[in-house]
Design a protein around this ligand. Sequence first.
Ligand code: SAM
Length: 339
Amino acid sequence: MADFRIYHETKLGQMYLGDTLEVLPTCFEEKSVDLIMTSPPFGLIRKKDYGNVDSTEYVDWFKPFAEQFKRVLKDNGSLVIDIGGSWIPGQPTRSLYHFKLLIMLCEEFGFHLAQEFFWWNPSKLPTPAEWVNVRRIRVKDAVNCVWWLSPTPWPRAENRRILQPYSDSMNELLKNGYKAKLRPSGHDISDKFSVNNGASIPPNLLAIPNTESNSYYLRYCKEHDLEAHPARFPSELPEFFIRMLTDPGDFVVDPFGGSCVTGEVSERTNRRWACIELSEDYLKGSLARFDKELSEPPKRYPISYKLIKPGALWNGQQYDPLDPEGGKKRKKKTKNKDS
Ligand SMILES: C[S@@+](CC[C@H](N)C(=O)[O-])C[C@H]1O[C@@H](n2cnc3c(N)ncnc32)[C@H](O)[C@@H]1O
């Protein structure tokens, strides 16, 4: 007997309680899905005695999912994976697991990398504190990689649906005019560059703060004594890809559904959807997202982030020479000029 069930259903979608490796092979037809939008667990990495992160183990764990994703996706569909990097425990270096995952998906399962994105969360705290705040030998890790993959090199996509306002400097150029010329890089910047199209094409750096604090979902979890999902992505992230890569009526699946953010955005944007999640506790809270009477659409703030030039505060002052040991030993705190 199948060990999963439909936990909740709406006009457009289903929330499944169960293991994706059972639900996908049983309920989903070959080439039936337009977009898989997901954020898999990042922390599934067993720590070895010597403190290393075993990326092979993560990649092996992912393979049966990859096989199902490939089977259910349409040829012109997309697989979008939001995945955070991780530090090797005990040393200031990074695991390669998410890069190995990407290479495995392309080389073993024949996915194509349509484009890599970076989700920058400007509100991320500086961690690990030991390397960033105490020894000052690394910087804040504030981006997740988002791999946009497709079974063929030609996934359906349209960037006019996710335009953004012009930057201040572009508005300035549009106002004052731009002299057409050949840039030192060899790019020929023609007159067309100064045509005001009303909005600009976004880059593959997505600035989205993850600062949800008073949403209906969170209030619902609190009122019902439920644990809010600890690793939610902000709804703007799936919304960006759902708008760019699918049409209304298309079918969007999140195989690591969590609190069903992907389902909520799909419902609001009129896409059919399915979210699959192992933990009933997380699904209990996600019912809030489909409580039509009470839930409200997310508030949209016209926030833009200033990208400050790195090192802009450097003023030519000389500091102590760099530690030849790369910060291996903690130093006694000295009164520093650049704290
Ligand atoms: C990073 S979270 C996803 C969070 C989600 N994007 C959100 O915003 O709420 C990954 C989820 O995958 C679920 N999961 C892990 N293995 C699974 C499996 N085999 N089948 C279904 N869900 C699984 C975990 O329980 C966890 O809730």
